[in-house]
Design a binder for this molecule. Structure first.
Ligand code: AMP
Ligand code: MN
Ligand code: MN
Ligand code: MN
Length: 274
């Protein structure tokens, strides 16, 4: 199989590298098939059209959505980035994210922090704004030592800056991906801090909603969890996907193209993409 990475970020969302710099890094890592999957935008993918040389670009996006009251991420791969419904959908989420950013800033001020909105916006630099842009603002101002600390103290699940929004339902995210000709992939199932019982329920719903694939390998997953997820992929007749979820060269624990090899044969989304 070609060397691939089906989950990465650029400056179009919360990544540190421009789309072009990301492609360059992927090339250095001998990646042959690269999906750019920024949070809720295809702007980075648009910037790359026709400029990939011998590398295959998969048009992607990682959609923020709700499973019940829980936020989950659905990666869309092989998207038609001209699809009007997709673009309209992404515009809607961008508005929600801007509203959320304003609310995050107000909530943090109530906790005694300075107004970080302008700096978070500057960090987003015209891309889709998210909590990591607040985290870097906090580090820049010396309010916390690391972005990790910003999340554990202020921005992570259940903290002040974790402002709940009415994101679209998971079924809607899957539908819009499908309408744009793409394949819907449940991202990093073990990263939501759900029990495996809950992950099983999530997968059943994902399948019922028309989802196609699930990530079974990504940065930080344990070998035993990977095997559990491969079992679930087979049970639900889904496809397996994998990617680094690379955001930044400063995150020394990630690299483009690097994730644990799949430990068992399983139907793979790569066979449907290239
Ligand atoms: P948002 O898209 O604004 O909801 O923010 C979610 C993003 O924040 C994720 O895609 C990660 O890039 C980052 N993130 C989430 N949790 C953490 C954490 N504990 N430490 C550092 N970054 C995190
Ligand atoms: Mn992110
Ligand atoms: Mn994610
Ligand atoms: Mn991601």
């Amino acid at each position: 199989m070609l060397r691939y990475d089906l989950h990465t970020h650029s400056t179009a969302s919360d990544g540190a590298l421009s789309p072009h710099a990301l492609v360059e890094r992927a090339r250095q890592q001998n990646v042959q098939v690269l999906a750019l999957t920024d949070h809720d935008t295809v702007a980075g993918v648009q910037a790359l059209q026709g400029q990939m040389g011998d590398m295959t670009l998969i048009n992607g996006a990682e959609l923020t959505c709700l499973w019940g009251s829980r936020m989950v991420h659905i990666v869309g791969l092989r998207l038609d980035i001209g699809c009007p419904r997709l673009l309209e959908y992404l515009q809607g989420i961008d508005q929600l994210r801007q509203q959320r950013a304003e609310q995050v800033a107000v909530r943090l001020m109530k906790k005694g922090l300075p107004d970080l909105l302008a700096q978070a916006r500057a960090n987003a630099a015209g891309g889709v704004i998210g909590r990591p842009h607040f985290a870097s603002a906090m580090v820049e101002r010396g309010l916390v030592k690391t972005e990790q600390q910003a999340f554990s103290q202020y921005l992570g699940t259940g903290k002040t800056g974790d402002v709940k929004m009415q994101w679209p339902d998971m079924a809607e995210a899957i539908a819009v991906i499908t309408q744009a000709g793409g394949l819907a992939v449940l991202a990093h199932p073990t990263k939501y801090r759900f029990t495996f019982t809950k992950i099983r329920a999530l997968m059943a719903q994902f399948k019922a909603d028309g989802g196609h694939a699930m990530e079974v390998s990504y940065t930080g997953i344990s070998p035993s969890h990977q095997l559990e997820l491969i079992k679930l992929v087979n049970q639900h007749e889904l496809l397996a996907s994998a990617g680094s979820d690379f955001h930044s060269p400063a995150h020394h624990w990630t690299e483009v193209g690097r994730f644990m090899p799949l430990k068992q044969p399983v139907p793979h989304i790569m066979d449907h993409l290239v």
